[in-house]
Design a protein around this ligand. Structure first.
Ligand code: PMP
Length: 409
């Protein structure tokens, strides 16, 4: 086989389908979020980022940065080993305690990313529980799907956000088999929110465990930032909660929180936890500062919700089609991969606005979109400027102005 021909052709195939990914080379500037420098060859210019998952700008927050500086000076760069062999630093222990408390669970366990936490926890639980059947929401993230597949356990996919279909699937499972229902709270691309209580009601009826990914909700919802389950008053209904430290908390890392024995079980059996170097202590220290801050401060959440509302109203007034969902994610639908790329390019070149186009396979074909995430640090003037720019680009490209759009799933 000619290896290089194979790889080149495979990439060419992606290019022809319009799916080849080109990264924007941005340089974030501490304290200047959402402004960033964009590198294009020799050229560098300042742009405004409207598609960051640093939802609240905590990655640049003074408390987080100073906690990381202090930890770096105190402990150095790396953790020094896996958690089992010299890598457990005090910052990890404190952060796990804080996360357990955040979710009102007995224990929590850190991983190097949200992806790894989903993959490791789900693959371990589903593989080790004898005869386990996993019930997985049709909209679940790749990290959950990969974990479930890797476990080789039986699984059924229930219709997105449908307690009725979950019940139908559970009805078909032998009553004495262990069952695990896996779903998310806020779905990242459509921004729709799961009926957590109703899904838990069904799971309880069939004696199934529940596993909730709150990656796009932690820090953002609930009085202490524990997520949608906190906001809805159903934290105690969940067996396992999973979250990230890399989005609203602004750093990196993932975790699960659950009962003592379940967390201890994953800690003891999950290869994705055991056989990898622990997070650098400074990252744990930064995340700890962020979690603690968002546990008591409401101002970032309020300011974000205020800006989300304002952006939606102005998009409606301008007739720019966007999905009306109940979350902080504002998907502006273009509906065609090439046009979506062209709109994004025009915003960048003509207006210094950076919004990454989201194309298939991340979203279904025909729903290609700009996924806009307003933060507390976008000003009202920034919102006006964005909507004016979208308005101009919409006209230039003769794009349809439509009524609000429902979820794509
Ligand atoms: N779950 C969901 C729903 C996600 O969208 C993502 C990342 N986009 C992850 C898990 C993975 O989290 P992380 O980025 O911390 O690896």
């Amino acid at each position: 086989m000619d290896y290089s021909v194979f790889f080149t052709n495979a990439l060419e195939g992606l290019r022809q389908e319009g799916r080849y990914r080109v990264f924007a080379d941005i340089e974030r500037m501490a304290g200047a979020f959402p402004h960033a420098r964009l590198h294009e060859g020799d050229r560098v210019r300042e742009v405004m980022v409207w598609c960051s998952n640093d939802y609240l700008g905590m990655g640049q927050h003074e408390k987080v940065r100073s906690a990381m500086h202090q930890s770096l000076d105190l402990s150095g760069a790396g953790a020094g080993g896996t958690r089992n062999i010299a890598g457990t630093n005090h910052a990890h222990v404190l952060l796990e305690r804080e996360l357990a408390d955040l979710h009102r669970k007995e224990a929590a366990l850190l991983f190097t990313s949200g992806y790894v936490s989903n993959w490791a926890a789900l693959s371990t639980l589903a593989a080790k529980l004898p005869g386990c059947v996993v019930l997985s929401d049709a909209g679940n993230h790749a990290s959950m799907i990969e974990g479930i597949r890797h476990s080789r356990a039986d699984y059924r996919i229930f219709k997105h956000n449908s307690p009725e279909d979950l019940a139908r699937c559970l009805e078909q499972v032998e009553p004495d088999r262990p069952k695990l229902v896996a779903f998310e709270s806020v779905y990242s691309m459509d921004g729709d929110i799961a009926p957590i209580k109703e899904l838990c009601d069904v799971a309880d009826r069939y004696n199934a465990m529940t596993y909730l990914d709150e990656v796009h909700a932690v820090g953002l919802y609930g009085r202490r930032g524990a997520g949608v389950a906190e906001r809805d008053g159903v934290m105690d209904r969940l067996t396992i909660v999973q979250g990230t430290l890399g989005k609203a908390f602004g750093v990196v890392g993932g975790y699960i929180a659950s009962t003592g024995p379940i967390v201890d079980f994953v800690r003891s059996f999950a290869s994705g936890f055991i056989f990898t170097t622990a997070l650098p202590p400074m990252l744990a220290a930064g995340a700890l500062a962020s979690v603690r801050h968002l546990k008591t401060s409401q101002s970032e959440r309020r300011a974000q919700q205020d800006r989300v509302r304002m952006l939606r109203d102005k998009l409606d007034a301008a007739g720019i089609p966007h999905m009306h969902n109940p979350s902080h994610i504002v998907p502006v639908v273009v509906g065609d991969a090439a046009k979506c790329r062209a709109v994004s390019d025009r915003l960048l070149d003509g207006f210094d606005i950076y919004i990454q186009p989201i194309n298939y396979p991340t979203v279904p074909r025909g729903t290609e979109r700009l996924r806009i995430t307003p933060s507390p640090l976008h000003s009202y003037e920034d919102i006006d400027y964005l909507v004016d720019a979208l308005d101009a680009v919409w006209s230039q490209h003769h794009l349809a102005r439509t009524r609000p759009i429902g979820p794509t799933m």
